[in-house]
Design a protein around this ligand. Structure first.
Ligand code: 3H9
Length: 698
């Protein structure tokens, strides 16, 4: 027998224990080990019943995702499950931690399931762009009916054990050690049987035959899972459970599973699964780097960003001091925070008491000296180097030794800010995204002097306050906004050349982006873009199009003034095309003698997305991002890039780098230097490589 699965006996009950850290994934060795241990248990005359459990922190978290994409080696998981289901002795699954995907499917193949109250069960395959492929879509509906099964399988959400018990997925909740509890449960069973098989439970699912629930779910998913392939296939599979005999249903599930596996969306979503877990791996700041304790925090500036950042700390239970320069600004900031919380309470997502607890963790002040005890200070004042340097000089004078001094700048040089302090090693960038209390992304920006434990502290604190923390280097715009500059530039050029803002936005939204660039510009503020443009022009850098200047002169600053690239009706955030903007664009074209041409959606998408890819490749080569997959995570969590396309760098891989490069070269012929291909892209395309392979080599 293989070592990853062990068989032992407790009294008259045989125990099969999976030991495949960290999460007991069902690798080939585990599948084989399960078959071997089952045979041993069945042959063991001293065992009247069997218990299946997971060692370590969990039961079984599913198939081994790392094996996907390769031909699956025998034994097939379906055969393993069938062997358990047909076993001549009763088998009890003992669940703690999580029973997910293939893990729950194995448990559904056991005759009984017991769990500790803290355990969770679920079929999260849909989040990987696939569906349960080892009988989950056929067995779960037989236990809980089509409605609940559809909800669980199309959402992938985890169900806490007490709820799973109520639903009939679990037979009992056990106290204390799960294996002890399961052994007690097994001792009470009659070894002579019959041993109930989920596959034989026909009544519940038969009632769903011909039900409208399937079409209703399909229609709902058209809205909630727009553009996604797997959720609709999940419905097909559950419907097969209602309409076909078990074996035929399994066959249908297999076909649908194969279709999902072959689809580019599953490759993208599986890439995202690993990309999200790679961001914490920093070669020179290993996971065991001791972080500085952050028990208290302070935020400088109670504007939109500062207020949102303070809320993050309060939400995580960290007391936070909020500093402003005038009582009026402080009152305004606090009122916004209170309004934001009240909105969440009104939606039923927060209790009044919890809102009050969080508000009580925020201490307003006008006195810089009140920051003296904070373990971490985040500066969120006006985006201007002189202003920030002044703040850091004063902060340096009051902050306690060892405090982490972070700046929330979105574009400025961290080293120039750190240089005005006596402790550049303690200075770091923590770039939150607006609205900071909602957006998940945090770019942690490492300066040339930033200490490793300060990096570890910022990354860890970011996670603690609910952010997806990605480490980036110190360059203009860091990674996300740096890539956004050529992206926005393309958007404006497309409009100069003949497209309308609403056409550009629609093309990108249809492609999957949460928002188009012009609607996003209105949200961020045209004045903000204008200010960045002015700074970059003064520094002699490429800086977008003069269309922004015209809009700025018209005082159309975006949503906040009710007009930007679009107009907004009072109280509404819906962008409406505006003739005044069209006239402005036409005027601009005439002034510059541009003859507008019809531009296809395909051209729009290529120019926009490849602008991201090309700049991303440059940032990667310069070491501003540790991995191409980190760039993908930044775009998924900070810029509304569709997860099912895997992020810009994965998308380029999926198209094929030679094809991407050929298009970029064609754009270069048309518009020159701004499309100079990234040398890394050229190299990878020439050697038949990919960004993923480049990541693996590092
Ligand atoms: C499936 O089952 C298909 C079947 O229906 C049909 C087959 C025919 N495989 O998330 P963490 C790794 S599809 C391989 O940081 P946590 C993970 O990469 C599967 N590796 O921990 C990480 O590695 P590293 C359906 C896996 O405590 C480490 O474990 N199941 C797998 O925050 C720790 O992970 C799922 O989709 C896996 N299945 O969360 C469940 N799972 O340390 C996916 C984890 O090198 N997993 N790893 O970075 C999860 O949701 C979470 O990992 C879990 C633990 C909740 C279990």
């Amino acid at each position: 027998m293989t070592q990853v699965v062990q068989y032992s006996r407790r009294g008259a009950v045989g125990v099969i224990l999976v030991e495949n850290p960290p999460v007991n994934a069902l690798s080939q060795a585990v599948r084989q080990g399960l078959l071997d241990a089952l045979r041993q248990g069945l042959e063991d005359d001293g065992a009247r019943a069997l218990v299946l459990a997971g060692g370590g922190r969990t039961f079984i978290a599913g198939a081994d995702i790392a094996e996907f994409g390769r031909p699956l080696a025998a034994p097939d998981l379906n055969d393993v499950i069938a062997a358990f289901e047909d076993a001549a002795k009763p088998v009890v699954a003992a669940i703690h931690g999580t029973a997910l995907g293939g893990g729950l499917e194995v448990a559904l193949g056991c005759h009984y399931r017991v769990a500790v109250a803290k355990a969770m069960v679920g079929l999260p395959e849909v989040k990987l762009g696939i569906l349960p492929g080892a009988g989950g879509t056929q067995r779960l509906p037989r236990l809980v009916g089509a409605h609940v099964a559809l909800t669980m399988i199309t959402s992938g959400e985890f169900v806490p054990a007490p709820k799973a018990h109520e639903l009939g997925i679990l037979d009992a909740i056990v106290e204390g050690d799960p294996v002890d509890g399961a052994v007690r449960f097994a001792e009470a069973l009659d070894p002579a049987g019959p041993h109930p098989r989920v596959r034989d439970r026909a009544e519940r699912i038969a009632a769903d035959r011909g039900s409208a629930v399937f079409d209703e779910k399909r229609r709902a998913l058209e809205k909630t899972a727009r553009g996604l392939f797997a959720p609709q296939r999940c419905v097909d599979a559950v419907q097969a459970a209602a309409e076909l005999p078990f074996e035929e249903g399994l066959k249908r599930e297999r076909e649908l599973f194969g279709q999902c596996m072959a689809h580019p969306q599953s490759k993208a979503l599986i890439h995202v699964f690993f990309a999200e877990r790679a961001i914490g791996k920093i070669p020179d700041v290993p996971a065991d780097t001791p972080a500085r304790p952050v028990a208290t925090a302070a935020v400088l500036g109670a504007g939109t960003m500062g207020g949102g950042i303070a809320m993050n700390f309060a939400n995580a239970g960290i007391p936070v001091t909020l500093l402003e320069t005038s009582q009026e600004a402080l009152d305004r900031g606090l009122a916004t925070i209170a309004r934001n919380y009240a909105g969440t309470v009104a939606k039923g997502r927060l209790t009044q008491a919890e809102m009050e607890r969080r508000l009580s963790l925020i201490t307003p002040t006008l006195d810089m000296a009140a920051l003296a005890e904070a373990d971490m200070v985040v500066e969120a004042v006006f985006e201007d180097m002189a202003v920030k340097q002044d703040v850091f000089r004063r902060l340096d004078a009051v902050a306690k030794p060892g405090a982490v001094l972070a700046t929330n700048t979105s574009t400025l040089d961290i080293d120039a800010i750190a240089a005005v302090t006596s402790r550049p090693a303690d200075v770091i960038g923590m770039h939150f995204f607006s609205p900071a209390n909602v957006m998940k992304l945090l770019e942690v920006v490492r300066g040339s002097a930033t200490a490793k434990d300060v990096i570890a502290t910022a990354m860890q604190t970011g996670r603690k306050i609910g952010k997806v923390s990605v480490l980036v280097g110190n360059c203009d715009g860091f990674v996300g906004n740096r890539m956004l500059m050529p992206y926005s530039r393309q958007a404006e050029l497309l409009v100069e050349e003949g497209a309308w803002p609403e056409q550009v936005d629609k093309a990108l939204q249809d492609w999957g982006m949460a928002m188009g660039p012009f609607a996003m510009g209105d949200l961020a503020g045209v004045d903000v873009t204008w200010r960045i443009r002015q700074r970059r022009l003064a520094e002699g850098k490429a800086a977008g199009s003069p269309l922004t200047d015209r809009l700025y002169l018209m005082e159309r600053y975006g949503q906040k003034t009710g007009a930007g690239w679009y107009r907004y009706e009072a109280g509404s955030r819906t962008p409406l095309p505006d003739d005044a903007v069209k006239r402005m664009i036409e005027n601009h074209r005439e002034t510059h003698q541009i003859r507008p041409r019809a531009i296809s959606d395909e051209e729009i998408v290529k120019r926009m997305i490849y602008a991201l890819v090309n700049e991303g490749a440059k940032a990667l080569e310069e070491g501003m991002a540790l991995r191409a997959s980190d760039i993908d995570v930044i775009y998924l969590y900070g810029y509304g890039f569709p997860a099912w396309r895997g992020g810009p760098m994965h998308y380029a891989d999926s198209v094929g780098l030679p094809a991407v490069l050929a298009d970029i070269r064609a754009f270069q012929q048309h518009s020159g230097a701004e499309w100079t291909p990234a040398p890394l892209l050229e190299r990878l395309a020439a050697e038949g490589g990919s960004f993923a392979a480049h990541d693996r080599r590092r």
